[in-house]
Ligand binder design. Structure first.
Ligand code: TXA
Ligand code: MG
Length: 307
């Protein structure tokens, strides 16, 4: 495994069926040629991910949607126009030539044009789709630097393109457009307010029972340290209680409520630091539950569940 900025070298590895660490604006992906079944199967073993979990296919432009998807509704083109390249994944009905391994056997496919100059250049040169889940081991925290990918996946990835620290820091908003009931499967920094502005109607957040695919409601994004969500005023009593349970190495992370972009960007780094500094407990003061706060709280709740 090498960490590099050499896009042409990554391109060669991709074309030869290898695995690449792919920088995007959200989190790093673990990428392979989406039409090479053998290459895609390596993603599942490197991550330790169950085979029925569908992958997102990253493409270089909105026009490429028609290669992968059929019955594309107008809403998809509108969303693509406003939010691509960007932190938004569209779930559409797949074309029959798309390999089952990419979609986990679903008849739908997730597509995204990432907004990162290295990813876009690589996609342009490659010309095809790059299947890429987040480049972490299954159920662990998504990576936001090249070094995180190296720490997690070691020799199971051939090259990691170093594109710096991810600007967004949490995974893309996933929008299901595969039926008439358009819904948000995973909240992200493209918020329901953003969607309403361009579509003209409310897009509801899917409830647990509506989500047909795995990967969105198990314990995810979890560090080793306990994550506890608490309000500022609760912290003295909580700290006392934890100390009595012999949990002494405690940190409180409160971020600027007026800068939730920054909080999203830092979130997974905080989780990783918690483990590196062997914290017993990371107490997080959650942001208000609106706008980007909804996506941050979604990740915080999942992390906090793993007690
Ligand atoms: O920001 C992101 O989306 C990052 C970067 C690398 O693009 N990728 C990412 O991938 O978060 P992953 O595999 O960790 O999460 C993708 C989610 C999974 O929860 C999966 O279930 C869902 O997307 N997904 C993919 N294809 C789907 C489909 N056809 N139908 C429903 N959900 C799908
Ligand atoms: Mg993931």
């Amino acid at each position: 495994m090498i960490i590099s900025k050499d896009i042409n070298q990554a391109l060669k590895i991709l074309q030869n069926g290898g695995l690449i660490g792919l920088p995007t604006e959200t989190v790093y992906g673990l990428g392979a040629d989406a039409l090479n079944i053998n290459a895609v199967s390596k993603i599942f073993s490197a991550k330790g991910r169950p085979a029925d979990h569908p992958l997102i296919v990253h493409i270089g432009s909105a026009e490429e949607m028609i290669f992968w998807a059929e019955n594309i509704p107008d809403e998809a083109w509108i969303l693509a126009k406003y939010f691509w390249p960007g932190p938004m994944t569209l779930i559409l009905n797949k074309k029959s030539h798309v390999p089952d391994i990419v979609t986990g056997g679903q008849n739908t496919i997730g597509l995204r044009v990432p907004n990162h100059p290295m990813a876009l250049e690589l996609l342009k040169k490659f010309g095809g789709g790059i299947a890429a889940p987040s480049a972490n081991r299954f159920t662990k925290v998504s990576p936001t630097t090249a070094q995180h990918v190296a720490n997690d996946l070691k020799e199971s990835v051939d090259i990691i393109l170093d594109g710096g620290t991810c600007e967004v820091g949490i995974e893309s908003t996933i929008i299901d457009l595969s039926s008439k009931n358009i819904s948000i499967l995973r909240p992200g920094v493209v918020t329901s307010e953003n969607l309403k502005k361009v579509l003209g109607f409310d897009v509801p957040l899917a409830t647990k029972s509506q989500i047909k695919v795995p990967g969105q409601h198990e314990v995810h994004y979890s560090p080793q340290a306990k994550i506890i969500l608490a309000q500022e005023s609760e912290i003295p009593v909580l700290t006392d209680q934890l100390n009595k349970q012999n949990l002494k190495n405690i940190k409180v992370w409160s971020s600027d409520k007026n800068n939730l972009n920054e909080m999203a960007k830092e979130l997974y780094q905080q989780f990783r630091n918690a483990d590196e500094t062997k914290l017993d407990v990371l107490i997080v003061i959650p942001p208000p539950n609106s706008g980007i706060g909804i996506a941050i709280n979604d990740r915080l709740r999942r992390a906090a569940k793993n007690l």
